[in-house]
Write a protein that binds this ligand. Sequence first.
Ligand SMILES: [Zn+2]
Length: 312
Amino acid sequence: MYCGVDIGGTHTQIGAVDASGKVFDHEKLNTASFTQARDLVLTIAYTILRMAKVSGQKVEGIGVGCPNVNPRTGVLRNAANLKFKEEISLKDELAQYFPGIPVAVDNDANAAAVGERIYGKARNTDDFLCVTLGTGVGGGVFCNGKLVYGLNGMAGEIGHMIVEPNGRPCGCGRKGCLERYASAGGILDNYLEICTQNNATPQAATYRQVAEAAKTGDPLALLAFDKAARILGHALANIACVTAPTHIFVFGGVAQVGEILLAPLRKYFAENLLFCYKKTAEESPAVCIELSELMETLKDAAILGAAALARL
Ligand SMILES: [Zn+2]
């Protein structure tokens, strides 16, 4: 069996995955209850050992998805959404409990891309991009069959591409990053801005409420998603020039709205895509934008993404 560990600000999920990609054991920990990363790692190790003992299966590999981790060194530092302030190698710390077993650590966006590659729709393509839309915006890029890491493992941070010069302030200290328009918080800001422009009283105060309003056909909520789709569509058309992908897979909590976001996203992407990436016969784009299969059909997407890291 392979084990996938998804460390998030609220919960840490641990799952045991069989050869067919089925999660057959699952446990959820409260990340915030651990003040030391070492204690969390110890509990993760204990949980994996328990899962192996109960199932009678050998652990073949362990993958960990975690924000702000360096995939080259496995070191976690300055994670904005985690309490741990100490610098720690998650990889070495966990590996000491599992001698001889591969342990791979990467950020959650790369884990989603690797999960799509091993268990999802990207099994038959060497060139694709996985975009994660949630609290932030992240990206995992496969080019020539390889996950792109770059100099320090930070390649694919598409959420911090500047898309609006002098735009909304971002947590990274700059202005106008993609994340500020296409994340959950960004879409809420789009909505509030559109309400002001239309002299309308906002009917939603959270992203979830904007998404619910859009599902019932609220025109201002739909415009908030349309704005996110337009800005993201432009950004993805630009990224296509760099890596020439066959597919772009959309993943994460915001992607759960499905066609409310995907339909305008495909439209704006096609309108801005360079001619050489389009089919010549009909003007439909050759690059497909689709919902991640891990999200679409499998509920344990984050665990599978993490487990896949150990199989890459
Ligand atoms: Zn930023």
